[in-house]
Design a protein around this ligand. Structure first.
Ligand code: PGA
Length: 243
């Protein structure tokens, strides 16, 4: 696991975007795994800038998002469908037919999860997966539990995640309690992974991850210790450097 510590959020975002750009330029029809949340917004802004000012071309890029809430309308500003449009897709030349996000409104969620994993395989697998990390060490919505799902699945969100995510909602009661997430196996099959973290709130999880010599379902991100190509990009605060 390679760890890059950057001065602040903006440099973390630029560092990550530079890697994404390099990979897109190497393989125009790259399959990207994309994340939502506050953390990747700066990276998406930088990718939009690269597209507008430097012609970075997304026309052949394929994307699969990590997760989506269950039972949320896609026009709801808190849905990840909405998030991806307003934070990235509406400002780049990606073909929306190449964009995939788990269907939290499916009538048959189990089946749609299975189809999602199958589609990823059919597209040749994820070349580059972007991840955030929860303060509790989750990746995607794979929460600390006794068991972790291998494939894309429906999961219950933990009280901590519901509380962390309530900042985006009118009230904590509006936060969905279930989500669909790529499973740990889906994530681990990605050829290359970048994990981003910013801010003090993440420092405990990052410390456990980068110092960890053990894999535990109590820290789902610890499975990444088994992956051959993970780059963790964190700002000083997330690395526990107090300013
Ligand atoms: P955040 O979420 O980027 O909003 O902190 C990250 C995550 O929960 O994976």
């Amino acid at each position: 696991m390679k760890v890059i510590v950057t001065k602040d959020y903006d440099s973390m975002s630029r560092e990550a975007a530079a890697i994404v750009r390099k990979e897109i330029e190497k393989k125009r029809d790259i399959v990207l795994g994309l994340a939502t949340g506050s953390t990747p917004i700066g990276m998406y802004n930088e990718l939009i800038r690269m597209h507008k000012e430097e012609g970075l071309d997304f026309s052949s890029v394929v994307s699969f998002n990590l997760d989506e809430y269950v039972g949320i309308d896609y026009n709801d500003p808190n849905s990840y469908h909405y998030y991806m449009n307003v934070n990235l897709f509406d400002y780049i030349n990606i073909d929306k037919n190449n964009v995939h996000i788990p269907d939290g409104n499916s009538k048959n969620i189990e089946e749609s999860c299975r189809v999602y994993d199958k589609l990823i395989d059919e597209k040749g697998g994820i070349d580059l997966q972007i991840l955030g990390i929860g303060a509790n060490g989750h990746i995607g919505f794979n929460e600390p539990e006794e068991e972790l799902n291998v494939g894309t699945s429906i999961v219950n969100l933990t009280p901590r995640t519901i509380k962390d995510n309530s900042r985006f909602f009118k009230s904590i009661d509006d936060v969905p309690t279930k989500a669909i997430t790529m499973g740990i196996g889906t994530i681990m099959k990605a050829k290359k992974i970048i994990l981003l973290a910013s801010g003090k709130n993440k420092s405990e999880a990052i410390k456990k991850l980068v110092e960890g010599k053990k894999i535990t379902t109590k820290l789902p991100a610890s499975v990444l210790l088994l992956h051959p190509d993970v780059t963790v990009i964190v700002d000083e605060e997330a690395y526990g450097i107090n300013k």
